[in-house]
Design a protein. Structure first.
Lengths: 475, 643
């Protein structure tokens, strides 16, 4: 028997026997062999691909002091609401939930985001207004900018590091970054060319994470077992030989096989021991099947111990935000999935809290997007590409509130070209705070001392006002 | 067919009459005489491996015989490539038509193929019980996307149809100027694809093809500018700038990085948005035979003010399509002009202006730089360096938008056939290449179960034709496929759990309805293509080499001892090598050194390798299927090298 097989079977045995793999309280409804661990701080980077209209998500309350601003934003955006509201106040009452935190600014959160609204009131949400992750309005370039953590990067080269990968490099070598969506993004890429994904675990479906194995006892002469043995044996032997070199284009496929073999069986055994998904998650029914699966994956991560998957950095995404036409329907669906009280995150975090560990409390979500949308609606009941965005952080260790001017008066006043942004096609949210600043703060929160290596220039990156983001996250 | 030809004719006419300022050759073309261009491979180096590389990169492996491949290998490179790569609907050498089947007469468009394969035409040898799966409409008389996907997939592996033509059409409609069937429905997107197919067949150059795309009803529907309006009276635009942006960024690869950002946004994109007005789409009652009114959008776009042929609740309810009224200053006729990309773009309607702008956009320095690199990145090389890029750009300029000339120059170049070249395969590439190498004749294509199409596998691996992974940014790229562990896992799982896909050796079928219809049986006959040796024998080791070269195409470069041992064992005994050595320790893993030098282990491999295969038996054909399952799941089936 080869060494790897011996290690795998030993690990399996210890998991099943519940042999003290970590601290924590067993969840009452699960088999005693699944001992849950408390978790370290965990960053969940959730990209909203397509360019989310964050101005739609957050709108000024009817009591907003700047009446001219209110009038202008109403004129600019009223066509987005399919119901013909007579005035802003009526629209707001029907479409938004008023929120404030600690006596700060009152504003509206879109009604489909009631969970987000409640979290804001509870002080768990930070909204960084007027931020930017790129300088352009192109999906491909901007998504690359956002995932790379470099707003100024102007090349369309995907073979480069992502800020999540650079953060992971500051951690212990045994730790991984886990991609929970169906596609690995640049976010998780390491700095090492030819081995960008060496520390990335792709967990598209945590409950289906292993490569096919032969049946117990070595398998039979069935075609399935014959092929299973042939391929497993081939990859195991060849992976260690000359054909698998770091510079070879084929190297990555050997890495895939190695990665699945290294953790797939272990994870599968762990989840077997921990039991099925709770009913509220197994029955989760969202508009986005992709996001539904990611939420289940997120929950399963909370069941992992250090021996199975050791991670503090997770990647998720939700697409479909490129709302050029008929915005209300599509953005409404998306926002409900994300931020509704019966949406994916609310359901998952509640289920995670029920585990009895600190997993939910130790997670901070970073919601970002490739770019924002234009201030003025287009003629198709939608919005076109802009640049500035509102970045949202959510978690118990977030210092809740708004950072930056939520509804800048300048948007309703003539600019240097004598044009009023809210009346001008093409005008967008002015980005004043680089997302590098926000991401650097997140790096420090996850891994103290890491931000200088991950974002060497964050200290001089743009900020709406000096010290704006001080205290954004718990120390 | 006629309406497609009418659309193409209109486009060509608009190009001829366009009044855009474009008298001189673009700067890039003038400089091409001195620019570096692609250099042709020397004849002495040209061989079968080079030919296979061209077939794999550009034609999903092609469907040519070994004898034809050998013939091409003995020709001058450019001459060989000129025969391999054509845009004719039928290429007799790349994909020779099968006797007894008339598919080659209908390969010009997907519409023709759907009509033919779903019909009872005596020349149609599609099994009778599957014909409805290729019809335009589902049994509920609505447009069927799945039937369209199935048709396209089948066309790639059908002898008589040109796989290179289809790969280029796929590139243009699913990658370069990509849209999704989710936004158009099957009728419009099929028409878009077919318009591009006809354009290619009729010799349209790149600019003309992009004009076809940009004026197509499918793009107007997908991007939403069918509703965009310019009100001359108050000089106000009501609409979306989405396609105005993507016309430049995606169709012509003009990112705007060489432009003043303000000018690019506020003039070029803004004015282009105004240009894409008056592009409303007709709804034609009963279009495509569908009973679903949502299926009734039809092209080509009629740029006049007119009534369409819409019905509501069975009664005529024509809609007034104001494509003249809604277009930017159509009242000025040919003198209606907009400044875009620093040029005056004029035309009486959107179609004329688009044709004019396309010529300017095609000559833009960013387009001249980026378009050829994007094309080669898709087809052939994920490892372009500066030298290669320079040569590619130089040859693009020299080709003057002639897409075929450019591709042929590249396919016969040292820059392609280069040690530094490698290409990760998309799930389209890998699965269709396997399908083509595994499918021996059209009886197999038409006689097997419909579920034995690779469409399902490709879908599970993220590749669905007409539903690109990234919508307007195109389908799955090879780079994305390679970096996605779950695509690897999906392929692995398929090859383990569903070996029958590549292992199947017979299927019964009929060509008529009814219980009394004659039953035919397709059987796999690998000895029809696998060569015997000089002793008239099929030796396992030789069959293994032949299979590896057929499915991987690297001349055995990566056919290492471990892979050989497994393939020898599968061919000799339909068992894996570990079982073959010691069935009581069947999970043992053997290294190359053990296979070559360990007396016990090497003896087993040698015995397997020396075995003889009897292809008069089903067993031998099945064992080949098992070997193919293994070979096509090695890393070498997921990428291609340049040398």
């Amino acid at each position: 028997m080869k060494r790897r097989e011996f290690m795998r079977r030993t690990m399996l045995a210890s998991v099943v026997a519940g042999a003290g793999l970590g601290l924590g309280v067993p969840a009452p409804s699960m088999a005693a062999s699944c001992t849950l661990e408390n978790r370290s701080r965990t960053l969940v980077n959730l990209m909203l691909n397509g360019g989310m209209d964050s101005r739609f998500l957050f709108m000024p309350s009817p009591g907003h002091a700047d009446l001219d601003y209110l009038d202008q934003i109403w004129q600019a955006r009223k066509v987005l609401y399919t119901a013909r509201y007579p005035d802003y106040a009526t629209m707001f009452a029907n479409e938004y939930v008023p929120v404030s935190h600690a006596g700060g600014l009152e504003f509206g959160v879109y009604k489909g985001c009631d969970w987000l609204a409640s979290q804001f009131v509870a002080g768990n949400v930070a909204i960084v207004a007027n931020s930017f992750c790129s300088r352009n309005r192109r999906h491909d370039q901007s998504q690359l900018n956002a995932n790379a953590g470099d707003p100024e990067y102007d090349q369309l080269i995907y073979d480069r590091s992502g800020w999540g990968g650079r953060l992971q490099e500051q951690q212990a070598g045994t730790m991984s970054l886990v991609e929970l969506s169906h596609e690995i993004s640049v976010f998780g890429n390491s700095s090492v060319a030819g081995a960008r994904l060496s520390q990335v675990i792709h967990a598209l479906d945590m409950r289906d994470i292993a490569l096919p194995n032969v049946r117990a006892g070595g398998g039979s002469t069935s075609r399935r077992d014959v092929m299973s043995r042939a391929l497993r044996s081939y990859y195991e032997a060849r992976s260690a030989e000359a054909g698998n070199q770091a510079g070879s284009p084929y190297h990555i496929f050997f890495q895939h096989s190695d990665a699945f073999r290294a953790f797939g069986d272990t994870v599968a055994a762990r989840l077997d021991a921990c039991g099925a998904l709770p009913e509220e998650l197994s029955g989760l029914d969202l508009n986005s099947g992709h996001f539904e699966q990611q939420c289940k994956n997120l929950y399963d991560i909370a069941l992992m111990d250090a021996a199975s998957i050791d991670t503090q950095i997770l990647s998720m995404n939700y697409g479909g935000w490129d709302t050029h036409s008929g915005q209300l329907t599509s953005i409404g669906r998306n926002l409900q999935d994300l931020f509704g009280s019966s949406g994916g995150l609310a359901t998952t975090m509640t289920a995670m809290t029920d585990l009895g560990t600190n997993a939910a409390d130790k997670m901070v979500f970073n919601f970002s997007s490739d770019f924002g949308r234009q201030l003025k609606a287009n003629g198709g009941f939608g919005t076109d590409h802009g640049r500035g965005i509102y970045t949202i952080l959510l978690g118990s260790e977030v210092s809740g509130g708004t950072y930056g001017e939520m509804f800048p008066a300048r948007e309703a006043q003539p600019d240097a070209n004598s044009r009023i942004p809210l009346q001008t096609s093409g005008a967008d949210i002015l980005g004043l705070t680089s997302t590098q600043r926000i991401q650097a703060a997140l790096c420090e929160w996850v891994e103290p001392g890491s931000s200088a290596a991950v974002f060497p220039t964050a200290g001089t990156a743009a900020e709406e006002s000096p010290g704006l983001l001080d205290g954004l996250l718990a120390v | 067919m006629s309406k497609y030809f009418a659309h193409i004719s209109v486009v060509f006419t608009m190009l001829f009459l366009s009044t855009s300022v474009f008298a001189d050759a673009p700067e890039g073309v003038t400089k091409a005489k001195k620019a570096r261009v692609l250099s042709t491979v020397k004849r002495k180096n040209w061989n079968e491996l080079y030919v296979r590389r061209v077939l794999n990169a550009f034609a999903y492996g092609g469907l040519a015989t070994d004898a034809q491949i050998e013939t091409w290998a003995g020709m001058k490179p450019k001459k060989a490539v000129a025969e391999i790569l054509t845009f004719s609907s039928v290429n007799n050498k790349l994909s020779p038509p099968d006797g007894g089947d008339d598919t080659d007469m209908h390969c010009g468009t997907l519409a023709e193929l759907q009509d033919f394969w779903s019909s009872d035409d005596p020349g149609n040898t599609m099994k009778y019980t599957d014909r409805y799966r290729y019809a335009v409409l589902s049994p509920s008389l609505r447009l069927s996307t799945s039937n369209l996907v199935r048709t396209w997939t089948k066309a790639i592996s059908t002898r008589g149809c040109n796989p290179f033509l289809h790969k280029m059409a796929l590139y243009i409609t699913n990658y370069h100027a990509s849209i999704s069937v989710r936004k158009t429905r099957a009728g419009l997107i099929r028409d878009y694809y077919d318009n591009i197919m006809l354009g290619l067949q009729n010799g349209a150059d790149f600019v003309e093809l992009m004009t076809i795309a940009a004026t197509d009803a499918a793009l107007s529907k997908a991007y939403g500018h069918q509703y965009s309006v310019y009100k001359d009276k108050n000089e106000t635009f009501y609409g979306t700038d989405d396609f105005a942006r993507e016309f430049h960024q995606l169709l012509f690869r003009i990112q705007g990085v060489t432009e003043d950002p303000g000018y690019h946004e506020d003039t070029t994109i803004e004015h282009a948005a105004w240009m894409f007005t008056g592009m409303g789409i007709d709804k034609d009652q009963g279009a495509y035979g569908s009973i679903n009114s949502s299926d009734w959008y039809t092209g080509p776009i009629n740029f006049t003010d007119h009534y369409d042929n819409y019905y509501r609740n069975g009664q005529p309810a024509p809609r007034y399509i104001k494509n003249t009224t809604n277009h930017y200053h159509a009242d000025l006729g040919a003198n209606s002009c907009l400044e875009i990309l620093h040029e005056k773009i004029c035309g009486a309607n959107a179609g004329e202006k688009i044709a004019a702008l396309a010529q300017v956009a095609g000559a833009h320095p960013e387009s001249m730089e980026n378009v050829p690199v994007t094309i080669i990145d898709f087809f052939a090389d994920d490892n372009l360096d500066d030298a290669k890029v320079k040569a590619i750009r130089g040859s693009w300029a020299k080709a003057k938008y002639d897409l075929l000339a450019f591709i042929r120059a590249y396919a016969s170049s040292k820059e392609f056939h280069n040690a530094g070249t490698f290409k990760y395969k998309t799930a389209f590439d890998r699965n269709l290449m396997v399908q083509n190498a595994n499918t021996l004749d059209n009886e197999e294509v038409f006689g097997r179960q419909h579920s034995d199409s690779p469409a399902g596998r490709m879908k599970g691996q993220g590749a669905i034709v007409f539903d690109p992974e990234h919508d307007v940014f195109g389908g799955q790229t090879g780079f994305q496929a390679a970096n996605n562990r779950y695509i690897f896992k999906a392929a692995y799982t398929q090859n383990v759990y569903r070996t029958s896909f590549l292992y199947g050796t017979s299927a019964d079928y009929t060509l008529e309805a009814g219980d009394s219809a004659a039953v035919y049986t397709w059987t796999k006959e690998w000895d029809a293509v696998i060569p015997v040796n000089s002793d008239g024998e099929y030796v396992v080791a030789e069959v293994a080499d032949w299979l590896w070269n057929r499915f991987i195409g690297d001349g055995g470069k990566n056919f290492d001892p471990i892979a050989r041992a497994q393939v020898h064992a599968l061919l000799a005994s339909e068992r894996d090598f570990g079982y073959s050595v010691d069935k009581w320790n069947r999970e043992a893993v053997y290294t190359s050194d053990e296979i070559i030098n360990d007396p016990v282990v090497s003896a087993v491999d040698e015995a397997n390798a020396a075995g003889l295969m009897d292809f008069s038996t089903v067993t031998a054909n099945r064992r080949v299927g098992m070997a193919i399952n293994f070979i096509t799941m090695t890393p070498y089936a997921f990428a291609m090298e340049g040398q």
